[in-house]
Design a protein. Sequence first.
Length: 290
Amino acid sequence: MTHRFSAVYFIVVVAIAVAWPAAAQGPRMTPDRLAALAKKPTPKLADGKLDLNGTWDHLGGIEFVRPQSLEGGSVCVVGCPPAAAAPRGGGAGARAGGPPPAPPTANFPKYKPEFLAKVKDLSDRQVDTDTALQCQPPGVPRIGPPAKIVQTAREVVFLYDDISGSFFRIIPTDGRPHRKGLPASYLGDSIGRYEGDTLVIETVNFNEDTWLTDNGAFHTKDLKVIERLRRVGDTIEYEAVAQDPAVLVEPWKERTQTLWLSDREIEESPRCEDRDLDLIQDGSHHDNPR
């Protein structure tokens, strides 16, 4: 029996495994490197507002994933057994960049008791219920920070290079209110304002087809998301808070992320194709390492 499953999840796991040998040889972003980038002068625009223009890297939250080659030619991506100690002096068995960082601390929205069964059911049937695995936009804040920001005096444009495709958001910053009469959408309707060196974005008018994060974290049509971006040198501190009092006990704050300025331009995402994969035998749940 096959199950409905998007090819994107399979491709991401395979891509990580395939790219691992080459990626392991390149420089990794470390806390020391981030601190050095943050100490650089913070650029401002002619009007005094912070300059957010540029391409921004943030590892997508899976920097702790370091696949291991196992006996028999298989590859372990997450939940791997402890790696054998590297030979003294390096060599082919040594792992570049030292031990992987620890996975991010579990951070899940706190739901009211009457909705816990629904969350569990959606999570148990993730392959059937998670629209992000069916080539749909992942929603906000699940999509995370933008890969590129284009800023003008009237608005900022967020560009995304996501595993589900290429997406964009146009966010007015000139005092315009939320638009009226728009149909609800995956990425909602956003407006922004500057508070000192921080860009604050308020997004509403979502449909109910997305999750806040993985594992069944549903929301209602009344979801409001507040994002904050503060540039410090050549880094941006990004945080997002989801407010949905109809189902959540309290606002949920997504894990804060640090972005850094990159000279590598984004590219058009590969086409996302939603199809059944014959090799999928258990469609109940597929852990996402984000």
